[in-house]
Design a protein around this ligand. Structure first.
Ligand code: ATP
Length: 355
């Protein structure tokens, strides 16, 4: 069983504060959706509204076509997975897994059977007798997921489930959670402030800011065609460089940075019109090439072994990333180029992408 979830013009007010404004979102059956945005953007409020833990102030929330605005959480048939795991410390893994079944008075033998089945799905078959304190963070997170799975909900609602784990484990677990979703096939709504998590795990990413959906779409769609400056700066790591510029007559843009370089763009504007130019660090190539050439002095170089971060001197500072190692050092003068198709242009006033 898996659910289709639809939000139409959903709003949530706390007194005069509007935490969610006109949210329209249609989640098809079986989709993995990530809600992503900076702290306070309303992503948890949105998830909790779907769960029924918050009542919405306006609009319509539907599960499988039926309006559920006033349906209590337990009747929605959805399971939440939290970052805090919310495991019972005095109970074994098996008892934690089957707690919901016990409340439903499922007989003991059946509960044990279900626990084994779920433990096999989450890879904890050998740990059923352990207490939560005897588990690693990743194992605890799996128990929390197992507890949701055993209820066979119509959808999983994840609230930053990996944020308590260390970086390496997070990378492993995001693959595990996604694989679990694919095996079970239930709709998943996943809240995170980590855009990498959203990009790597989800079929559909919803970017929120201040209670508004700034853009939604497939991960690479958001990366390739951000609708506005906020999404452009939020999706992608390290973040996109933004440099003010002015359109010239010949379809180029003169950048307001040291050396006043001109770059060729795909979408020409009116001569003299101000524009914000967005260039991803990974799209700036070192060396002259067809398209555009920017001369820059390097202020600092950071090498991680697998990649390099080069920061230009002057204002605005521009970051360039390259694979591998580099011989370039602080004080060097280099030439940079960028393909016209990789230059993003934004209206300075509205922040909207010019297309
Ligand atoms: P974070 O990543 O920090 O958890 P978030 O995007 O999940 O942030 P929410 O928890 O959804 O943000 O909160 C959205 C906004 O609503 C915030 O500005 C928060 O202060 C406000 N808010 C949340 N709950 C309440 C409440 N009970 N009363 C008043 N304001 C609230």
């Amino acid at each position: 069983m898996t659910a289709q979830i639809a939000l139409e013009n959903v709003q949530k007010h706390y007194g005069t504060f509007h935490a969610l404004k006109d949210i329209d979102l249609a989640i098809p059956k079986g989709q993995f959706v990530a809600l992503v945005g900076p702290s306070g953007c309303g992503k948890s409020t949105l998830l909790r509204s779907i769960a029924g833990l918050e009542s919405i102030s306006g609009g319509v929330l539907k599960i499988d076509g039926a309006v559920v605005n006033d349906l209590p959480p337990r009747k929605r048939d959805l399971a939440m997975v939290f970052q805090s795991y919310a495991l019972y410390p005095h109970m074994s893994v098996q008892d934690n897994l089957t707690y919901a079944l016990r409340l439903k008075r499922v007989p003991k033998a059946e509960r044990a059977k279900q626990a084994e089945k779920v433990a096999a799905i989450i890879g904890l078959e050998d740990l059923l007798d352990r207490k939560p304190r005897e588990l690693s963070g990743g194992q605890r997170q799996r128990v929390a997921m197992g507890r949701a799975i055993i209820r066979e909900p119509k959808a999983f609602l994840f609230d930053e489930p990996l944020s308590n784990l260390d970086a390496a484990l997070r990378v492993r677990m995001r693959k595990e959670v996604r694989a679990l979703h694919d095996r079970i096939g239930a709709t998943s709504v996943y809240v995170t402030h980590d855009q990498i998590e959203a990009m790597t795990m989800a079929d559909h990413v919803v970017v929120l800011q201040a209670g508004v959906i700034e853009q939604q779409g497939a991960p690479m769609e958001l990366y390739d065609r951000p609708a506005n400056r906020f999404v452009a700066g939020f999706i992608g790591s390290p973040a996109m460089n933004f440099v003010p510029g002015v359109f010239a007559e010949d379809g180029t843009v003169r950048l307001e940075m040291p050396g006043a370089p001109e770059i060729t763009v795909e979408t020409p504007g009116r001569s003299g019109q101000a524009v914000i130019v967005g260039m991803r660090p990974e799209h700036l190539a070192i060396g002259e090439a067809a398209g555009s050439t920017i001369r820059a002095e390097i202020d600092a170089v950071e090498q991680t072994g697998s990649s390099c971060y080069l920061f230009t001197a002057g204002d605005p500072e521009v970051l360039i990333t390259t694979d591998g190692t580099t011989a370039i050092k602080a004080g060097d003068r280099i030439e940079l180029s960028i393909a016209p198709g990789q230059v993003h242009l934004f209206d300075p006033e509205s922040g909207l992408a010019l297309r």
